[in-house]
Design a binder for this molecule. Structure first.
Ligand code: 13P
Length: 254
């Protein structure tokens, strides 16, 4: 019942020229073919327009990697939801572990951003995940519960169409090490139980939970085959047109 979401997070890579080229390549790999998964690329802010232009008339969607909680005003360097809508974005990633770590974003701030995105009619991909020490100490579920519940506390009603969670164990990001399919499924199932507590079974079954952390063509089939894994948030492998397209193709076969 849940449509796979295959999302690329380009992080701080690809300015407008390079991003336009890469987007064209990605779209080109699907020329004349359609897919039933949803596919999304989140480039840096300055490259959104270039990517959006190349994706015109294709199934590929564009999103952003961050947003501010205010509509406009004296917030130098920030970008608002209305600007992202105007720039053709449909999704916004919030609370990526790199933002939590390097920009000191707390679960409360991430929750406010997620709510703002949803209130303003965009779709939020809220990232959660534990660091290695937390997993080793057996605290991974507690950490993820705190991060997820901070957002759930601010949400009400059926948000299933606008709310996506991405489980990204920090130790698996950019390291080449992935969670095993069993570890991923265990955490995704746990996250779904938190969603069920909050929203009930009907709504929780509609909310997508993505896996992120060194997902690539070679491991995506096993990960995407897990019951509660509804797509991927892909960093490195989304910067190569053939890898990203291959993951979409694999999602189609599941
Ligand atoms: P990698 O796929 O490069 O590990 O990055 C994952 C990620 O952080 C996506 O948001």
């Amino acid at each position: 019942m849940r449509t796979f979401l295959i999302a690329g997070n380009w992080k701080m890579n690809a300015g407008p020229s390079e991003a336009g080229k890469l987007a064209k390549e990605i779209a080109g790999t699907w020329k004349g073919k359609t897919f039933s998964s949803e596919a999304l690329i989140c480039p840096p802010f300055v490259s959104i327009a270039a990517v959006s232009k190349e994706f015109e008339g294709t199934q590929f969607k564009v999103g952003a990697q961050n947003v501010h909680t205010e509509d406009n005003g004296a917030y130098t360097g920030e970008i608002s939801t209305s600007m992202l809508k105007d720039a053709n974005c449909e999704y916004v990633i919030v609370g990526h572990s790199e933002r939590r770590e390097y920009f000191h974003e707390t679960s409360e701030l991430v929750a406010q951003k997620g709510k703002k995105v949803i209130d303003d009619g965009l779709k939020a991909i809220v990232c959660v995940g534990e660091v290695l020490e937390e997993r080793k100490a057996g605290k991974h579920e507690d950490v993820v519960k705190e991060q997820v519940n901070a957002v759930l506390d601010l949400l009400d009603g059926d948000v299933s169409d606008q709310f996506v969670i991405a489980y990204e164990p920090v130790w698996a990001i950019g390291t080449g090490e992935t969670a095993t399919p069993e570890q991923a499924q265990e955490m995704h199932k746990f996250i779904r139980s938190l969603l069920t507590e909050k929203f009930g079974d009907d709504i929780s079954q509609k909310i997508r939970i993505l896996y992120g952390g060194s997902m690539k063509p070679e491991n995506s089939e096993e990960l995407l085959s897990q019951t509660d894994v509804d797509g991927g948030l892909i960093g490195g492998a989304s910067l190569k047109a053939d890898s990203f397209s291959k993951i979409i193709e694999i999602s189609e076969s599941i």
